[in-house]
Design a protein around this ligand. Structure first.
Ligand SMILES: [Zn+2]
Length: 212
């Protein structure tokens, strides 16, 4: 993962701000676009915001788009449950933010993610499958979503994540993480192997009992 320097000028623009009532709470939904990528497809992301996000460090969850999990409730990964856990937790706290970045399949895109799934069905694990397709294991760069935190003048957060790279990206932007909230949602028969790779090879914080 490439982390840009900490105080680069912001290049993002806010494209929309609307109300988004959900089953959990009435959020503000903000759309963002990276103004640098106009010629190609600009990077985009969403921020779901609830309540006062400045008076005290608010809960922040950085969620990467997962069409199979978010939309179809796939049991191959934990994305759907993590997304709902984050929204429910933010709603219960009364304030917080979910950043939704459009980096499907750890950045390789939906089509390539499905190709990787096919290789996994032949025995490769999630990292080996990405490498076999010629992709780095994780192409995500959290600079854009961290820039959204900077744009919103967030100085301190309670970060909900198991991913050490998200923690590093937030810290490198000079944003104080006052607490890490676990994003553990358990696992099932279809996701146990994926969980083990995330814990053992990607360094994610998962409860020892979560994977055997
Ligand atoms: Zn997923």
């Amino acid at each position: 993962m490439t982390i840009q320097h900490l105080d680069h000028p912001l290049t993002l623009i806010k494209t929309a701000e609307v109300n988004l009532p959900t089953r959990w709470a009435d959020f503000k939904l903000l759309g963002f676009e990276d103004a640098r990528g106009k010629e190609t497809a600009p990077e985009t992301a969403l921020a779901l915001i609830l309540g006062d996000i400045h008076s005290t460090p608010c809960i922040v969850r950085i969620h990467s788009q997962c069409t199979t999990g978010d939309v179809f409730h796939s049991l191959r990964c934990d994305c759907h449950d993590q997304l709902h856990l984050a929204l429910r937790t933010i709603a219960e706290a009364g304030h917080g933010m979910l950043l939704y970045e459009h980096q499907e399949g750890r950045g390789i895109g939906l089509t390539e993610k499905l190709r990787a799934y096919a290789l996994q069905e032949q025995g490769l694990n999630t990292i080996e499958a990405n490498l076999a397709l010629g992709h780095a294991n994780d192409l995500r760069d959290y600079r854009f979503v961290v820039d959204i935190l900077r744009y919103l003048k967030i100085n301190a957060v309670r970060l909900m994540t198991n991913n050490p790279e998200k923690i590093a990206a937030v810290k490198l932007a000079g944003i104080n993480i006052v607490e890490r909230l676990s994003a553990d949602v358990g696992f099932g028969v279809h996701s146990a192997r994926y969980f083990a790779v995330k814990r053992d090879q990607l360094g994610h914080f998962l409860e020892p009992s979560a994977v055997t």
